[in-house]
Structure formats: C-alpha cells, structure tokens
Design a protein around this ligand. Structure first.
Ligand code: XLS
Ligand code: NI
Ligand code: NI
Length: 437
C-alpha cells in the first residue's frame, strides 16, 4: 500500500528548477572535497517526528493527515514500517533512526512489549534487506511512560531502574539485530527539579553504573555500534544532567566512560544551552568526541525545543565547516530530529520539509567546502595566532617558558601592541561565500 501516492521519487534538478518536489542543491553523487554529498551527509529520517507525531500541542488535538492512522495497534505499527521505507526510497535517504516505542506499541507487560518489538523488528529487517536502507541509530524511550516520572537511570526507585535496565538490554539486542551503526542515549528524564529532594551525586553514580552495564552487555552480544550520548540542558527536567557537550565529556571522564562514547549533538539543544551548534561541535571535535548530528533548529524567540527543520544557511554552513574540519562524521550522520509545524499537516509537507533540510545542508556543505578550499577562515585564524610561531610565543608552545622567562620578556616589551579581530569584515565574507555557491 502506498502512503504517499501523490509524490514520486525526488530528483536533483539543480538551482534553475522551480519544482518544489526536487532538490536544488542536494546532488547525492556530486563530489565535494573528495567525497560524494551522500557520503558526507548520511541523512537520516527520524521515525518519531515523521511517523508518530500527530500535531497535538498543549492547546489542541491532532492535525496531521496520515494514511497509517486508519489502523490501530500492531497494524498501525506495520503500516508505519511500510510508510517509512516508501518515504526513504522516494527521498533517497539512506538511514533512519527510532526509539523502541516509535516502532511498536507498548504492551501491558514487558513481555508483551518485547513481543511486539520482535514482530516489527523482523519486518524492519526484511525491508532493510530489500531496500539497502540502514539504521543510523536506535535508542529506547525511558521518558514518556509514567513509570519514569522520577527518571530512569537516575530514578529514586530501584524497581524503575531495573525496568530501565531491561528495556535498555532489549534496545541493544534490537540494535544488533538491525545492524545499527550507533546507539543513542538521550537522558530524557535524567535530571532533577529541585535539590530539596534530590541526591545528585548518587543519581549520577547510578547513571554511570547503567552505562557500564550497557558497555558490558554490548560486548557480550557482539553489538559493535558506536555509543552516543545526546546532551540537552533542560526540558523535560529543569536541570538535565547531560547539559551540553562539555558537561557530558566531564561526566564520561569522571566515570571512566570516555573511550566508549561519542556525542550526538543537536542544534536546538545547543541553542537551549546558550551555545551555537558550531560551538558544541567544536567542543566535541577538539576532545575527539564528535559522533553524529541531530539536525534541526530552534526559534530564538522561544525558549524550548521547537525541533524545526534546519533552513538557516549560516548555521548549516558553519555546521558543515566544523564537520569537515573534524574529518567528517564517520559512522554518524545528519538525522533530521525535526518536525513539520502543526499547520503543515498534509503528508506532502513531510517531503517538502525534508527537502528543505537536505538542500540547506547540501548548500551549507558546498559553502563550507569553499571556505576550506580557498583557505578563507584558516588563513585568518593562522595569521591571528602568528605571534606563537616565533620568539617568546614559540617558547611558550614548546614548553620552554617559565614565569621567570615571561617576566624577563614582559619587562622589556613595553608597550604591548594588539591587532583588530576584524569580525564584521569576516561575517560579510561568510555571506559572500554562502551566496556564491
Ligand atoms: C529530545 C531529543 C530526542 C533524542 C532521542 O529532545 O532530541 O528526540 O534525539 O531520544
Ligand atoms: Ni535529538
Ligand atoms: Ni531534541
């Protein structure tokens, strides 16, 4: 059964095209800096936003018109699988990502839930085999069900912790079964509301224990996906423990977990933390922790995770610049953790939104490649730090300087001269590059 009858396969038609159902920038086979766009970008469809979201918000009911909603329970889950592969095929997207509860309905008991999962996982596996589509990552949702009201790995209730462990175990088995390239941990309820009732140190110790168990189990079953943690500063809890890249890296280091994880960074989470996306990517990259990207954008006028499709070219350009400079995404990819607005309720909007995101990233990739090719920013940065290339600067870098040698130098170096950083000029150069590709 077709769920997107009105849409045929989306083709690259180039900049001159006025067909909304075509790519203007994303040309999968176009080579950019030695790799095809497809290889650089590794796009993924987020199951939850595409096949589960129905447009409800705190003030209103569902708006989305979705063919699979004519079914219920397992039948609807099966319909979503069909829709997913039709969608990926028509959009030419190679990867997808899901939470356990996105693909199969939860049963009354853990046994029943796992049985539902087995049915759908078998169906996904078949479809993957036939289509060649791959799983960028899977994860388990340990935040929606009421049992997780006080957290999962950081709950105050050992029974809930045990349930979380069981759910995680199944998640790892599902990932292995489907050959997931990565496995994501986003600590939905791992955080707290008030210290008045919270043992923060204990909760973090327990979270680390759960991660150690996950590493051990993945090893035991031979699941070799890259583990990723996805930082977010707030929402749903007031203080999410994995606040941002830096906080998460410190946590991993403290608990001896750093070598087993990388980060899955999300644009809207970065802005909620008061950072740019590129700041988060750079922080990960300089620590060898860049794993994968959840591509979306927030609304800077609103203080929550609006998960909009990424269309801001400055952001996609600087994102891809960071990715290229870091040597690429490796096993990671660009997962559209983004949802169509409540008013964009037609099934076609799912295509238009993904095309917007894919073209914006392809455009950003081309601009970033030009920045690198023409040595535009590197040249500026290199020149800015040139005082560390010789004399006292070179001594500092070589580890030869002491406070006494610095003093000796400073005493005879008066007055000190600084130079302008020329930000405004550089920003205009960036605009020129973006609109030239
Ligand atoms: C929520 C997160 C979530 C993760 C996967 O804000 O972005 O969707 O990506 O659990
Ligand atoms: Ni995300
Ligand atoms: Ni998010």
């Amino acid at each position: 059964m077709s769920y997107f009858k009105n849409v045929s396969a989306i083709q690259f038609e180039g900049k001159g095209s006025d067909n909304p159902f075509a790519f203007k920038h994303y040309d999968p086979k176009q080579v950019v800096l030695g790799k095809t766009m497809e290889e650089h970008l590794r796009f993924a469809v987020a199951y939850w936003h595409t096949f589960n979201a129905n447009g409800t918000d705190p003030f209103g009911s569902a708006t989305m018109v979705r063919g699979w909603d004519q079914f219920n329970g397992l039948d609807r889950a099966k319909a979503r699988v069909e829709a997913n592969f039709e969608f990926m095929d028509k959009l030419n997207i190679p990867f997808y990502a899901f939470h356990d509860v996105d693909i199969a309905p939860e049963g009354e008991t853990l046994q029943e839930t796992n049985k539902n999962l087995d049915v759908i996982v078998a169906m996904l596996k078949d479809n993957m085999k036939q289509s060649g589509k791959k799983l960028l990552w899977n994860t388990v949702n340990m935040f929606s069900h009421p049992r997780f009201v006080h957290g999962a790995g950081t709950t105050c209730n050992a029974d809930v912790y045990a349930y979380a462990g069981a759910q995680l175990k199944k998640g790892l088995e599902v990932g292995k079964e489907l050959g997931a390239e990565n496995y994501v941990f986003w600590g939905g309820r791992e955080g707290y509301e008030t210290l008045l009732n919270t043992d923060m140190g204990f909760e973090l110790d327990n979270l680390a224990r759960l991660y150690h168990m996950a590493i051990a189990y993945a090893k035991e079953i031979g699941f070799d996906a890259q583990f990723l943690i996805e930082p977010k500063p707030k929402e749903p809890t007031k203080h999410q423990y994995d606040f941002d890249a830096a906080t998460t890296i410190a946590f991993l280091q403290k608990y001896g977990l750093k070598d087993h994880f990388k980060l899955n960074l999300e644009a809207n989470h970065a802005t909620l933390a008061g950072h740019t996306f590129e700041h988060e990517i750079r922080t990960a990259a300089i620590n060898g922790m860049l794993g994968s990207l959840d591509a979306n954008q927030g609304d800077l006028l609103l203080g929550w995770d609006t998960d909009e499709f990424p269309t801001d070219l400055y952001s996609t350009t600087l994102t891809m610049y960071e990715v290229l400079k870091a040597g690429g995404l490796g096993r990671g990819g660009v997962n559209f953790d983004a949802k169509v607005r409540r008013g964009s309720f037609e099934a076609e909007d799912l295509f238009l939104a993904h095309i917007a995101g894919m073209d914006s990233f392809a455009w950003g990739l081309k601009a970033a490649a030009k920045l690198i090719d023409e040595n535009i920013l590197d040249g500026i940065v290199e020149n800015r730090y040139r005082s560390f290339k010789e004399g006292i600067g070179a001594d500092i870098v070589a580890g030869k300087a002491t406070l006494a040698s610095l003093e000796q130098y400073a005493l005879q170096n008066n007055p000190i001269k600084n130079e302008s950083g020329r930000q405004e000029r550089i920003r205009l150069m960036l605009s020129e590059v973006i609109f030239s590709v």
